[in-house]
Design a protein around this ligand. Structure first.
Ligand SMILES: *[C@@H]1O[C@H](CO)[C@@H](O)[C@H](O)[C@H]1NC(C)=O
Ligand SMILES: *[C@@H]1O[C@H](CO)[C@@H](O)[C@H](O)[C@H]1NC(C)=O
Ligand SMILES: *[C@@H]1O[C@H](CO)[C@@H](O)[C@H](O)[C@H]1NC(C)=O
Length: 465
């Protein structure tokens, strides 16, 4: 309708040829029409969303309850000098400083101890199935799950979820004075589940190299954010991961392959995709089976996105630079009703920072930034992504618009003791922040991640098919 309206305007104005004022007025008219169109389409989105709300699974509404947190920052421990006390008071005003302080009196709030561990074997007797973001999470053998910076594969052949991640179970140290806190590479851990809550350890599916120092997987290097997809054409499970040296100067992606989701994966090689540095990364499989690689590049100042080859073993030459100059990392993508969404973090090493949601009509962009998706907790919780960093978004089949947001609560003092923060992510509701380069509101519904101390998937939800 808007298009034929513009056509009429053209015809009506064609009588005033060569008139300067007509040109001005036609511009004004066009702008008005565009504004009307954008308003109308926005109203459509909002209305469509209200319908969605009503027809939504009643238990999703439970997940959308806003849950507040009231954490008191403890008073300074002791006063050495008035100067130090002043500094201390200023510091402790910030919950993030408290989070990063290994001797904080409220450390248990962020890193609850083993006594409160979530145990799928004992917990199930209570019919629990609850997620407790930040608590130690045990596998079916009673050991803490080691799958950091992880990703999820739903394997349709076995109707099973596979959770892959960094197995960080070693001492934390610095390779040199100014190096980042690190652990030696052990490999990629894999856990399987039918319900996304009870996880069985499937072992290390891609192991570090112990002796060969020139090998990408040598334990002194870096292996982060492994993600696995299944290639229906070749029948192979393909893993992509961030490969680096201890100083993060190699900045490459690694590729490995297996006949089984539980490995062992054979490491093929590393590369700098499209010739660019690549650090935090993920891969996303679209409905049409095309897999895209998304990576932080140009010293993390922008993201790059491009499709993989049909066998998923290489990138194609086609690549777009997105979110240029925005310094985002830890990308996690998903798709809802034909629109692509992405959650990213800022770049502050192991320290938490503010998440942003982005959306795009075409996966290759342009991508628009929609603002902070976090809801609940308190202001600091929301500004620190609940003291965690995005790693993956898992769709929940059968509950449209509902996802699990997977994030890592890094523990830089003891990386092996980093925690998982899984929370419900819901697409719906009107956007609450205008777009950055435009006065208009995004034409997409809001992406919301709801804080919960304790929550669970709707009990009726099951792995379908
Ligand atoms: C199981 O239920 C009992 C009684 O309500 C409670 O004391 C206990 O903490 C629960 N255990 C778990 C793991 O939730
Ligand atoms: C060590 O790894 C490099 C790189 O993968 C390889 O070319 C070389 O053959 C390996 N050396 C040995 C002794 O296995
Ligand atoms: C990392 O940087 C340090 C300090 O600049 C240097 O001594 C070390 O050799 C570097 N290591 C690698 C693997 O590049």
């Amino acid at each position: 309708m808007a298009i034929s309206g513009t056509g009429n305007l053209h015809r009506a104005l064609s009588g005033y040829r060569c008139s300067r004022s007509a040109m001005v007025w036609s511009l004004v008219g066009l702008l008005l029409l565009l504004q009307l169109y954008s308003l109308a389409s926005r109203r459509n989105v909002v209305r469509g969303d209200i319908q969605l709300h009503v027809s939504r699974h009643p238990l999703v509404r439970e997940l959308e309850q806003v849950e507040e947190e009231n954490i008191q920052v403890p008073p300074p421990k002791k006063k050495k000098s008035p100067h130090a006390a002043k500094r201390r008071r200023k510091r402790s005003a910030n919950l993030i400083d408290e989070f990063l302080d290994e001797n904080s009196q409220i450390r248990h709030v962020f890193f609850p101890d083993m006594k409160s561990a979530v145990d799928p074997v004992k917990g199930v007797e209570n019919g629990s199935h609850h997620y407790y973001p930040g608590k130690i999470w045990l596998d079916t053998e009673g050991n803490p799950i080691q799958a950091h910076g992880g990703g999820m594969l739903y394997d349709e052949r076995s109707n099973t979820y596979y959770w892959y991640g960094e197995y960080k179970d070693g001492p934390t140290y610095r390779a040199h004075k100014r190096g980042a806190a690190r652990v030696d590479v052990i490999g990629v851990g894999c856990y399987s589940s039918k319900d996304l809550w009870t996880w069985k350890n499937q072992g290390i599916v891609l192991a570090a190299e112990q002796t060969n120092e020139t090998h990408d997987l040598h334990k002194s290097n870096v292996l982060e954010r492994p993600k696995v997809v299944f290639n229906a054409k070749t029948g192979k499970y393909v893993m992509w991961m961030h490969i680096d040296d201890a100083n993060y100067t190699k900045a490459s992606v690694g590729i490995a392959i297996s006949d089984y989701p539980t490995g062992p994966f054979e490491y093929l090689r590393s590369q700098r995709p499209h010739g660019f540095d690549s650090r935090d990364m993920t891969i996303f499989k679209d409905d049409d089976g095309v897999v895209y690689l998304i990576y932080s590049s140009q010293d993390n100042s922008e993201l790059h996105i491009g499709p993989l080859t049909d066998d998923y073993l290489d990138v194609q030459p086609d690549m777009r630079r997105i979110l240029i100059g925005q310094h985002r990392e830890a990308p996690a993508l998903f798709k809802y009703q034909g629109t692509y969404y992405m959650v990213t973090s800022g770049c502050t090493g192991w320290a938490p920072n503010e998440a942003l949601a982005h959306a795009a009509e075409s996966i290759m962009g342009p991508w628009e930034t929609m603002g902070n998706p976090c809801i609940g907790g308190n202001k600091m919780f929301r500004l620190a992504t609940f003291f965690a960093q995005s790693t993956f978004v898992v769709p929940l089949p059968g509950i449209p618009g509902s996802y699990i947001f997977m994030a890592d609560r890094w523990n830089p003092a003891e990386l092996r003791n980093s925690r998982y923060v899984w929370l419900p992510l819901i697409v719906g509701g009107p956007p609450d922040r205008p777009l950055e380069y435009n006065f208009g509101f995004p034409p997409w519904p809001r992406v919301s991640i709801y804080w919960h101390k304790k929550w669970r998937l709707p009990p009726s939800w099951k792995v379908s098919k």
